[in-house]
Design a binder for this molecule. Structure first.
Ligand SMILES: [Zn+2]
Ligand SMILES: [Zn+2]
Ligand SMILES: [Zn+2]
Length: 150
C-alpha cells in the first residue's frame, strides 16, 4: 500500500515537522500524479495555485520527505531524480524506460553481496539503492517484442 496525502501529513507532524501550505502543496502534487515527477514538474503543477512557492522550496520539501521515507527518489527514467509516493517499508523499483511506470518490489537477498563488498573493500555499508530498468508488459506489447512462443 502506497502512502497517501493524509498519512504523509500525519507522519510529518509525528516527526515534529509542520505541515505548512508549501509542504502540503508539494505532497498534493505528488499524491495526485500517476507519474513520478521531477522537482521542475512538481513546481509546474503547483505554480498556478501557489505562485509564491519557488523551486528551492520544492527541493527543501523533497529533502524532508525523502529523509522520512515518505516519498521515493528514482534515479532512472528521467534526466533528473524524480519522486513518487512511497510504501512504508524497505523496497526497490522496476522502472519502465518506455512509459515510466514504477513497480515496487520487496524481498531480495543482498546480504551475501554486502558481506563480500565489506570484506573486499573495508567499506561499512549503510544503505543501498536498487533500481532495475526495462520495459513493462504493455510497452513490450506495443513494440511487439513479447514472445508468446517461448
Ligand atoms: Zn518506491
Ligand atoms: Zn534493499
Ligand atoms: Zn512501460
Amino acid at each position: 500500500m502506497k502512502l497517501t496525502e493524509k498519512t504523509i501529513v500525519a507522519a510529518l507532524r509525528r516527526n515534529g515537522y509542520k505541515a505548512t501550505p508549501q509542504r502540503r502543496a508539494v505532497i498534493h502534487a505528488i499524491a495526485n500524479s500517476n507519474d513520478h515527477l521531477t522537482p521542475a514538474d512538481i513546481h509546474d503543477r503547483i505554480h498556478q495555485d501557489h505562485p509564491g512557492i519557488g523551486l528551492v522550496t520544492v527541493y527543501r520539501t523533497l529533502e524532508v520527505l525523502i529523509a522520512l521515507n515518505l516519498v521515493c527518489e528514482l534515479h532512472t527514467g528521467t534526466n533528473f531524480p524524480s519522486y513518487t509516493l512511497s510504501v512504508p517499508q524497505h523496497h526497490h523499483h522496476l522502472v519502465c524506460s518506455g512509459c515510466g511506470e514504477v513497480v515496487d518490489f520487496t524481498g531480495h537477498n543482498l546480504a551475501g553481496l554486502e558481506e563480500r563488498l565489506t570484506r573486499e573493500s573495508g567499506f561499512r555499508i549503510d544503505d543501498h539503492i536498487l533500481e532495475f530498468t526495462g520495459r513493462c508488459r504493455t510497452c513490450q506489447k506495443m513494440s511487439g517484442t513479447v514472445s508468446a512462443a517461448r
